[in-house]
Design a protein. Structure first.
Length: 93
């Protein structure tokens, strides 16, 4: 058995650049047509229904907000969840 199969270059680099993952996610979201956006919101809201601790949903919405403000605000409004306390305040002042 050859145990050397894990040696060599790893094709992975962490996504830790200043906001890069959220920026990319936001660009992708904004490229979708309205039907696709509505379907995404519906699916996320359906998943939120099973979350008892609303702060968990708030943290998730904060991540969506960082990708796209409209998406985050829409999710917060429909789910009736406050999320801005989970965002670095300097980012949305």
């Amino acid at each position: 058995m050859n145990n050397d199969k894990h040696k060599g270059h790893v094709n992975y680099e962490p996504n830790s650049a200043n906001g890069a993952p959220a920026d990319q996610a936001g660009r992708i979201y904004r490229s979708w047509d309205q039907h696709t956006k509505d379907t995404l919101v519906k699916n996320i809201i359906n998943d939120f229904d099973s979350i008892e601790d609303k702060s968990i949903a708030g943290r998730a919405i904060a991540n969506f907000y960082q990708a796209d403000e409209e998406l985050g605000n829409t999710l917060a409004k429909i789910a009736n969840v406050e999320f801005k306390q989970f965002i670095n305040k300097e980012q949305y002042q």
